[in-house]
Design a protein around this ligand. Structure first.
Ligand code: ARG
Length: 267
């Protein structure tokens, strides 16, 4: 069975480094191996291309070590681009670079946001819904703005654990309305909403979440996932997904995984 071709935007980790600490995974005294990060990033890009998906790349900017995490650059639905506004000054300049990329590539509905939000880090599309995280990075006012701008229902979900500071570290959209998530990463209300909306969801283990297993990319059939998330891979296979393990050790030192490096362009 072939899957519809997806369109992704990625940013080469040419300037990648762990130089500051804006999440608990980052340890500047330990740093990261940039050459290995580059190889791991190239492998991830090849996985998408070998599956028949289109990958475009944005020029990395010197001095923006986290720009490799393209998912944070915007949310794109129905060719409408909702830009990012970063919570930390260290990443602020990435927002303009991503917005410019979209205007230069023919997108006409491009919105500079009025509120803090970190793109697909906290705004995940599940079928016709946008699941929206808040608590660490994205302002709930941005959730309302996304709903007005896209016309898709936005469901606010409170995040409760600083290790899972972005929604895409705690929840992974799979095919259709199928999702996987770590309940412990959410506020009680957020958790109850997830149980109500997604009673058949795959519940991840704390170990799989800590291995960034939920920071995966699903094209509807394949799941590109960090190789260490062992139980989650088994469960995904049981549900009929084809699992493609990748290595992302270096990006993880900045608190990222495969999904963080991948912004989906939905036309
Ligand atoms: N160091 C980056 C930060 O803390 C990692 C971003 C990961 N991206 C993501 N989509 N979760 O902002």
């Amino acid at each position: 069975m072939s899957v519809p071709r997806r369109h992704y935007l990625m940013c080469r980790p040419d300037y990648f480094a762990v130089e500051y600490r804006i999440n608990p995974w980052m340890d500047p005294s330990r740093g990261a191996d940039r050459d290995l990060a580059l190889r791991q990033w190239e492998d991830l890009k090849s996985v998408y291309e070998d599956l028949g998906h289109t990958v475009e790349v944005i020029e990395p900017v010197a001095g923006l070590p986290d720009m490799v995490f393209a998912a944070n650059g915007a949310l794109v639905v129905d060719s409408r681009v909702y830009g990012a506004r970063f919570a930390h000054p260290e990443r602020a300049e990435e927002a303009g670079a991503y917005l410019r990329w979209f205007t230069e590539h023919g997108f006409t509905e491009v919105k500079a946001p009025s509120f803090t939000n970190e793109g697909e880090g906290d705004l995940l599309v599940v079928d016709d819904l946008v699941l929206a995280g808040t608590g660490f990075r994205t302002d709930v006012a941005a959730h309302r703005e996304v709903q007005e701008f896209t016309g898709h229902p936005v469901i606010t979900l409170g995040l409760a654990d600083p290790r899972y500071y972005h929604l895409d570290t705690a929840l992974c959209p799979l095919g259709g309305r199928d999702i996987a998530y770590l309940p412990q990463a959410f506020t009680p209300g957020g958790r109850a909403v997830l149980e109500r909306l997604f009673p058949d969801a795959l519940i991840a283990t704390p170990a799989d979440a800590a291995a960034f297993g939920l920071n995966s990319v699903c094209d509807g059939k394949h799941v590109i996932i960090n190789h260490e998330a062992a139980d989650l891979q088994l469960e995904l296979k049981r549900r009929g997904y084809e699992v493609i393990p990748v290595h992302t050790s270096e990006l993880r030192k900045a608190g990222g995984g495969p999904k963080c490096c991948t912004l989906e362009i939905r036309k």
